[in-house]
Design a protein around this ligand. Structure first.
Ligand code: ZN
Length: 100
């Protein structure tokens, strides 16, 4: 389930996973270097383009509990990052269920 999707009203992409929560390409995380996928290299070779063998993007943040995910959202809020308004309400509901 997605709690917030990147878009014109949101800078973050937070989803529920089997193990908890993941904030994908989190703006609070460091830039990380990833290898360029072979199929992308193949495509650009076909077009005669030179592409780098690595690219950079931010890493993901992982949270185990709804309480941690809620704190993570509040940290984004503190830094002025936007997220979908319903994310807070949904997570608060999850925290209540965690505490039952
Ligand atoms: Zn995040």
């Amino acid at each position: 389930m997605s709690y917030s999707r990147k878009g014109k009203d949101s800078d973050i992409y937070l989803i529920g996973t089997e193990d908890g929560f993941e904030c994908l390409g989190c703006p609070l995380m460091e830039m990380e270097t990833y290898p360029t996928a072979d199929f992308v290299k193949g495509l650009s070779r076909d077009r005669g383009e030179e592409i780098p063998y690595t690219f950079q993007m931010r890493g993901s943040a992982y949270m185990k509990t709804a309480k941690e995910a809620l704190q993570h959202l509040q940290t984004h809020n503190y830094h002025g990052h936007r997220f979908n308004a319903y994310a807070l309400e949904r997570l608060r509901g999850d925290v209540r269920r965690e505490n039952e």
